[in-house]
Design a protein around this ligand. Structure first.
Ligand code: GDP
Length: 365
């Protein structure tokens, strides 16, 4: 399963946030495809559409879809040289598909900052530099290997060598690989290197209780936003401490607490949605009388593979899919009305399932 790794320097609020994630946590019994591991937190994806479909269909059961956050502890300055749990840390990052980078944006004299003061940009750069140095080592090694073949004018080797030089140059400027403007062809080549700084990043600004409630961003958050904008990354503002309190509540109690705080959506819910999008994930629905359920697919997935998320038999025996978009179904008011309006399509094995599709699969057993 695709997962996003939570990273950050010590004492920035990672554990507090990760605890909120596991606290809010989904029943793993519902999600057999998810990993059972103390460092993995399974979260349900908040989706208003699922509630609306439930009201429409009135099923016995409603099941949201879920995905994983992985807690990656142990980064310190010098990780790329093996300091602390350096190498282990880097190998854990290599295994995740996206990064949620928690940054301390709260002042609290009682809580020591590893570098003595609160400075989110310096913190971000400490971690990013370790990742950049690790990547630089990867590409330099590769470059030395490819250089000979490139001299013999092997076309692929020349293309690879050229991309490697671009990467080396960007790393020497202490910038991540994702900040490079690459052609599709180049991206394909770079994909093979499994670079740490190619992974999409979401910055999570951890602010104090007071700052979460004030309209204006604090200066730290503003700085993070400016930094993130330059590399095309997104920023989510949370107060990890409050999130851990919210995570203990459910349903109406949770809503009341949010209302009291004067916030529309918990930071955790925003983080979950942003991480889901960052991973390139989308949701389709099945809506029967037994169960209304959300399912996760990678954007661009075709109908048989989307069916395979439910059960491998569905993929193997796929015949066709009956598909109606969420909007059309809601406008029509019922599946029958949508059929009468001609909004239910029959799609074959080459159909690319769209976010929000409500699907009924036909298959041979
Ligand atoms: P980690 O080392 O990054 O995992 O950081 P922790 O989650 O253990 O947090 C370090 C300390 O900061 C703990 O004492 C937390 O209670 C505190 N902390 C975490 N988030 C917040 C927050 O949003 N506001 C305040 N005031 N303190 C926080």
């Amino acid at each position: 399963a695709l997962t996003t790794g939570i990273v950050g320097l010590p004492n920035v609020g990672k554990s507090t946030l990760f605890n909120a994630i596991t606290q809010a946590g989904a029943e793993s019994a519902n999600y057999p495809f998810c990993t059972i591991d103390p460092n993995v937190g399974i979260v349900e994806v908040p989706d208003q559409r699922l509630q609306t479909l439930t009201e429409l269909v009135n099923p016995k059961k409603t099941v949201p879809t879920a995905f994983e956050f992985t807690d990656i502890a142990g980064i310190v300055e010098g990780a790329s040289k093996g300091e602390g749990l350096g190498n282990k840390f880097l190998s854990h990052i290599r295994q995740v598909d996206a990064i949620s980078h928690v940054v301390r944006c709260f002042n609290d004299g009682d809580i020591t900052h590893v570098s003595g003061s609160v400075d989110p940009i310096r913190d971000i750069e400490v971690i990013n530099l370790e990742l950049i140095l690790a990547d630089l080592e990867t590409v330099e090694k590769r470059s030395a290997k490819v250089a000979k073949m490139a001299k013999s004018k092997d076309k692929d080797a020349v293309a690879e060598y050229d991309v490697l030089q671009k990467l080396i140059a960007v790393f020497e400027e202490e910038k991540p690989a994702r900040s490079l403007d690459l052609s599709d062809e180049e991206k394909k080549i770079v994909h093979g290197f499994q670079l740490l700084t190619m992974k999409p990043v979401l910055y999570v600004a951890n602010v104090s209780e007071e700052d979460l409630l004030s309209e204006e961003d604090n200066q730290y958050v503003q700085a993070v936003k400016e930094y993130a904008a330059k590399e095309g990354s997104e920023v989510i503002t949370v107060c990890a401490k409050i999130e851990s309190e919210i995570a203990e509540l459910e349903g109406e109690e949770k809503q009341e607490f949010l209302d009291e705080l004067g916030i529309e959506e918990s930071g955790l819910d925003q983080l979950i949605k942003a991480a889901y999008t960052l991973l390139g994930l989308e949701t389709y629905f099945t809506a029967g009388e037994q169960e209304v359920r959300a399912w996760t697919i990678k954007s661009g997935t075709k109908a048989p593979q989307a069916a395979g998320v439910i059960h491998s038999d569905f993929e193997r025996g796929f015949i066709r899919a009956e598909v109606v978009s969420y909007e059309d179904l809601v406008t029509a008011g019922s599946m029958n009305a949508a059929k009468e309006a001609g909004n239910v399509r029959l799609e074959g094995k080459d159909y690319v399932v769209q976010d929000g599709d409500v699907v009924h699969f036909r298959f041979n057993v």
